[in-house]
Design a protein around this ligand. Sequence first.
Ligand SMILES: Nc1ncnc2c1ncn2[C@@H]1O[C@H](COP(=O)(O)OP(=O)(O)OP(=O)(O)O)[C@@H](O)[C@H]1O
Length: 259
Amino acid sequence: MAEPTVPILTIRDVSKTYTAQGRRTEALRGAGLTVQRGEFVCLLGASGCGKSTLLRIAAGFEAPSSGQALMWDKPIVGPAPSRGMVFQDYGLFPWLSVRDNVGFGPKSRGRPAAEIRETARRYIDLVGLGRFADAYPHQLSGGMKQRVAIARVLANEAEMVLMDEPFGALDAMTRERLQDELLDLWTRTGLTVLFVTHAIEEAIFLADRIVMMSPGPGRIEAVHTVDLPRRRDVSSPAFNDLRRMLSAQLHSHHAPKAA
Ligand SMILES: Nc1ncnc2c1ncn2[C@@H]1O[C@H](COP(=O)(O)OP(=O)(O)OP(=O)(O)O)[C@@H](O)[C@H]1O
């Protein structure tokens, strides 16, 4: 019999309560999820349902109030290069060129100069920005900045990329192009992606599995496997059926509670 595979990420009965200015917010209650290496998983839900909290716990930026977060079965105790985070606002260093932004991780890990240069070149080429290696972030469009942010995470030898609404600030056309590019990168590199969005269509277009979350307190309500072949046709009946089902589930979270 085949050995059971150890998941790259295990979230086991995780709860998180924040206390700020004397107010307690239960951001997450009893969340459980496993992600296998190479999976593309989207966390979907309305504002405030704990998506970013779950992602930050997976990144190691936050500790759970109770429960456990594990990578390869080992407790996540803080941020690590193997779990790279990509934010909506890019998080690039404005005073560094594209090359130096992408080379920042290997440099801070003390890699030799020639290796840093070669790693930066490889990942800048991978995201199609070879001609912009010497440019600075303010000279780039939003889509290009997000490509740099992705290249930077990859150059840091991330095994898992954690993305918090990475395309939320981009116009619709750039967003669609980057979704395609991300899927292409994911296929070529075998990365694991955990991707936060509140856009149903984006989740169906990208994910192997969609984790539907609900607010008050934040919980994992359901996990849906998306069985449609890629590249997914957003106008196909199967895509629309799934969109309708997820939309009904998302909107039910706002329905008035029965007295
Ligand atoms: N550092 C914090 N201190 C206090 N409360 C917080 C903190 N971070 C998040 N919260 C609260 O926890 C709840 C869940 O927030 P979280 O950002 O995880 O949700 P989200 O689903 O990602 O929302 P959004 O889509 O708006 O980003 C919210 O009520 C939020 O106000």
